[in-house]
Design a protein around this ligand. Structure first.
Ligand code: NAD
Length: 437
């Protein structure tokens, strides 16, 4: 199938490269000229494992190309995927759909022949109806079907998630369009991933309901971690003990500094707003947002407590800045809240992140970036691990203790075994389990 992808971000690029890899002819369009120019030279605008190779392979095979101009690509495509951003509106937290609607109008002007318009961006219930209305207003005679196909990939493992998803969700009002979507994804569903077909509004809601549920799980285990600290229990064992129950599942039960990233916070706000607008407030989601916001302050207090009650005049080595490992994405990263509060409390900070420092530097004024974890820690009063990059798990804790002025490690991700950390000579403070005295 000839396919146009609009938006060369995390979702658009991965979708484009993967659809090309399963045999489609794909043009990825973005209005960002320098980004497209870089992609044509094989330079990725994002850090995502394996993406550069997949793009190079599919481009060399003649199945993936990059353009800034939407109309010629749309005119020759059977399917157009909208993959532009839907950030929260600053005023009310609702998803900002300006880019989605602008793209819909642009697509409408370029349509020629029957075309599937597929919304892959995360959009509130009813957005597909509006996209269809915009297209019909601009091009009343266009032969078009508007379909919802939300994306569930995780940054860091995006290619594997796209190629072997737990499920593909497609929502539409037209059986022919749903059949075409099933054909488009056949190489993936034939390999065993289930296809959930439903109506458009349901598909739109599935995406939000899924993300908010995962965020609820994280919020729940973080509250349990707080209780563990008070009653002398170990949250890692609680997670394992409940996660082995197949009704619960082990994932998203990792205690830490609270969820962040480009999706959960904004999707929760958007779902809350949708629910309020329809007079059906989602109290559990509202509470989780409040608990998660408070979590960052709890982490700051934990660090200050570990440092002896004050970080005034102290230097802190921070390991990890991105919202999670294996990405350079800094959107709603815990570091963006925790670090400025530590600086405000009088600390100076030297940080190291394997992939996020270029994006983080302008967002964290006053934070000095270091070339390695040990360089960040050299002479610091304490170290704080904020993101659980794999390279930190193999860090020589003995060496870390030796370069620190005081051998104190506050681990906000429970990356290390407390006993091993203490045997390395560190005073070790973690989340929801026995801390060093
Ligand atoms: P992003 O910000 O990384 O990329 C969006 C791209 O769209 C940018 O390159 C931008 O230049 C381009 N763009 C914006 N307006 C355009 C226009 N009018 N014409 C052409 N290009 C335009 O965003 P993302 O992280 O890829 O997210 C895209 C959507 O997918 C969002 O709705 C998001 O919620 C959803 N989503 C994201 C993830 C994730 O992990 N990042 C996962 C699932 C779903």
């Amino acid at each position: 199938m000839k396919i146009t992808i609009v938006g060369a971000g995390y979702v658009g690029l991965v979708t484009g490269a993967c659809l090309a890899a399963i045999g489609h002819d794909v043009v990825v369009v973005d209005r960002d000229g320098p980004k497209i120019a870089a992609l044509r030279r094989g330079v990725m605008p994002i850090y995502e494992a394996g993406l550069d190779r997949l793009v190079a392979e599919t481009a060399a095979a003649g199945r993936l190309s990059f353009e800034t101009s939407l109309a010629p690509a749309v005119a020759t495509s059977q399917a157009v995927f909208i993959c532009v951003g839907t950030p929260p509106r600053p005023a009310d937290g609702h998803a900002d759909l300006a880019s989605v609607y602008a793209v819909a109008a642009e697509i409408a002007q370029a349509l020629a022949g029957f075309t599937l318009v597929v919304t892959k961006s995360t959009v509130p219930v009813g957005t597909g109806d509006e996209v269809e209305a915009i297209i019909r207003e601009v091009a009343p005679d266009a032969r078009v079907a508007v379909v919802s196909n939300p994306e569930f990939l995780r940054e860091g493992v995006a290619i594997a998630d796209f190629m072997r998803p737990d499920r593909i969700v497609v929502g539409g009002e037209d059986d022919g369009a749903l059949g075409l979507m099933a054909a488009l994804y056949a190489p993936i569903t034939d390999a065993g991933s289930p296809l959930v077909t439903t109506n458009r509004r349901t598909a739109e809601l599935i995406k939000y309901a899924a993300n908010c549920f995962l965020a609820l799980k994280i919020t729940y285990i973080n509250e349990i971690a707080n209780l563990c600290e008070e009653v002398g229990a170990d949250v890692e064992d609680v997670s394992r003990g409940i996660g082995l129950d197949s009704r619960i599942g082990a994932k998203f039960l990792k205690a830490g500094p609270g969820f962040g990233g480009s999706c959960f916070p904004k999707d929760m706000l958007a779902l809350m707003k949708t629910a309020q607008d329809h007079g059906v407030p989602l109290r559990s989601v509202e509470t989780a947002v409040a608990v998660n916001d408070a979590r960052k302050g709890e982490m700051v207090r934990k660090i200050i407590r570990a440092a002896g009650g004050s970080v005034q005049g102290k230097s802190i080595a921070v390991l990890g800045l991105t919202f999670k490992p294996d990405t350079d994405d800094m959107r709603s990263a815990a570091s963006l809240i925790i670090l400025p509060r530590l600086i405000k409390a009088g600390a100076s900070i030297r940080a190291y992140d394997p992939a996020g420092m270029a994006h983080a530097a302008p967002l964290l004024p006053g934070v000095v970036m270091a070339a390695s974890a040990l360089e960040a820690a050299e002479g610091a009063d304490l170290a704080v691990l904020v993101t659980e990059w794999a390279e930190f798990s193999t860090l020589d804790l003995g060496a870390l203790g030796r370069v620190l002025k005081n051998p104190l490690l506050v681990d906000l991700r429970n990356l290390f075994d407390p006993l091993a950390a203490e045997r390395s000579g560190l005073r070790y403070v973690s989340v929801g389990r026995g801390d060093s005295p």
